[in-house]
Ligand binder design. Structure first.
Ligand code: NAP
Length: 335
């Protein structure tokens, strides 16, 4: 399992010794919840992101809030509603500094072309705009914006497939030469510690982070350089990619709730959501990040895919990263 101390925001706040952290979870007993509660200065609070009483309870008496709603369980419509409400509830509870885990507003960046409507990105992006538009009086706010996690090369949509001849192949809809701004989870804790430590500088900011901008051709080349193994990138139509990666037939974006969960038609299908996701990132539409700011905030940050691969001992083999993937494996194992 991933090292929560190293990759989590809670881990960085806990290790600093400057913050006492209350973390929301639906299940106090899950293995990951226990790893988090074992960290110093951390307590768990049972509750759900889509329960307003739980949000009041969580924020009451807190100095700061770090909020990452999970679009992959909530779906786009609920993430919007609870995204607005979480901010409002934090203000009502007199929280001083609110950090919203943001993703850029893909639809806006793509000129409102519906091909780029990616629910799990757009819900965060819209809420981020709402939060900053309310200004800094009453409660400070900061957006912490991430693109795809570099760690998705370990466990997620960016893991290669080992071929019978030993070649590691990245097979997906992206053109080989388009660069994606990947962010290593090993570095996100430090950025967020800086945000809370420096409200005078971070308030009102959209801190958009990246570790390295890399194309799939570069990912394959770097992998070979590090491991000596053969690698390739193969561009395929989205439908072919989806037939290999869709969690189960006709899955929705909150697939982890299972095929029979109650949904209305605001919840995108996995194919529609990730079809747009690949169109967006593969289309090279995203704007460049300001790396000078990142270097100032985190001078020892990981600066390249190669450094990251060396640091994590990258092998190209799939390992656990996201909790939702573990949750689903557990659910299907016990059913
Ligand atoms: N994967 C990427 O590359 C990437 C990049 C940028 C942004 N994101 C965004 O990150 C979010 C997912 O977070 P993650 O990447 O950390 O995934 P993850 O590892 O699967 O974690 C999901 C977290 O959300 C919590 N959670 C889910 N539903 C909840 C609910 N109803 N109430 C309380 N807690 C709930 C889970 O806690 P419990 O299970 O303990 O309750 C868990 O801690 C998504 O919104 C996604 O858009 C992902």
């Amino acid at each position: 399992m991933v090292d929560m101390k190293e990759i989590s925001i809670i881990g960085a706040l806990s290790q600093s010794g400057r913050y006492r952290v209350r973390a929301l979870t639906r299940n106090l007993e899950s293995p990951r919840a226990k790893l988090i509660s074992d960290l110093p200065n951390v307590t768990l609070v049972r509750g759900s992101q889509d329960n307003q009483e739980d949000l009041h309870n969580l924020f009451r008496g807190a100095h700061g809030a770090w909020v990452n709603l999970d679009g992959f369980t909530l779906g786009e419509k609920d993430e919007l509603f609870y995204g607005f409400r979480a901010y409002e509830i934090a203000r009502s509870e007199r929280v001083q500094h609110y950090v919203w885990a943001n993703i850029e507003y893909a639809l806006e960046n793509a000129g409102f072309d519906e091909r780029f409507h990616c629910g799990h990105m757009d819900s965060k992006g819209r809420v981020g705009k709402f939060i900053l538009s309310l200004g800094q009086d009453g409660m400070k706010s900061t957006l912490f914006s991430t693109g795809p996690y570099m760690d998705m090369l370990i466990g997620g949509l960016l893991v290669p497939r080992e071929q019978p001849d030993g070649t590691f192949a990245w097979v997906n809809p992206a053109p080989s030469d388009v660069k994606l701004p990947l962010i290593a989870l090993l570095d996100v804790g430090i950025y967020n510690l800086w945000i809370f430590d420096n409200p005078g500088k971070s308030a009102g900011m959209d801190l958009s982070v990246v570790t390295d901008n890399v194309s799939f051709a570069e990912i394959a080349e770097t992998f070979t350089e590090i491991t000596g193994k053969k690698a390739a990138h193969v561009t395929v139509p989205f439908e072919k990619f989806a037939s290999m990666e869709e969690p189960y037939p006709n899955a929705f974006v909150n697939w982890v709730l299972g095929p029979d969960a109650a949904r209305d038609n605001s919840v995108m299908t996995w194919r529609d959501n990730f079809g747009s996701w690949w169109e967006y990132w593969g289309g090279g539409i995203t704007k460049p990040r300001d790396v000078a700011i990142l270097d100032r905030i985190h001078p020892t940050r990981i600066r390249s895919l190669k450094d990251w691969m060396e640091k994590v001992g990258y092998s190209g083999h799939r390992r656990s990263v996201l909790k939702m993937v573990d949750d689903w494996a557990e659910k299907t194992r016990t059913n």
